[in-house]
Design a protein around this ligand. Structure first.
Ligand SMILES: [Zn+2]
Length: 127
């Protein structure tokens, strides 16, 4: 029973990347994980309408989860570059494109690829 299509593989990869970032930010609680599942369900429908968008799934799921978290929990992921001033969330760039990254819009710094936040938040430990 293993017949994963490229589309399912891409959805699976997007889910894994965003979950990794949620774990890195220590917000991967059960109800947050369900936000990821909601997004993956929605994006499965979306990419079936528009198969060319398959490379954009990771960035889109990341943004879906970011939006959902903003309503429930607040900004995520917080920018690790700007240590002063009001905390702000990182943006996904490109919003609709392959190879998405978390970017600090204030300093125009590429912080990490989507799925790579553990390397940023994991390093250095407590504050
Ligand atoms: Zn910043």
């Amino acid at each position: 029973m293993d017949h994963a299509t490229p589309l399912e593989q891409a959805l699976h990869a997007a889910r894994a990347l965003v979950l990794a970032d949620l774990v890195a930010g220590e917000v991967a609680e059960a109800d947050v994980v369900s936000l990821v599942e909601d997004s993956v369900t929605h994006r499965r429908w979306w990419v079936e309408q528009w198969p060319e968008g398959v490379d954009y799934l990771a960035g889109l799921v990341a943004q879906d989860v970011q939006d959902a978290l903003l309503e429930k929990y607040g900004r995520w992921p917080l920018c690790p570059v700007c240590s002063q001033g009001d905390p702000h969330a990182l943006d996904v760039e490109p919003e609709l494109g392959p190879d998405p990254h978390w970017v600090c819009a204030k300093t125009v710094v590429k912080v990490a690829p989507v799925g790579g936040l553990a390397a940023v938040f994991g390093a250095g430990g407590g504050r």
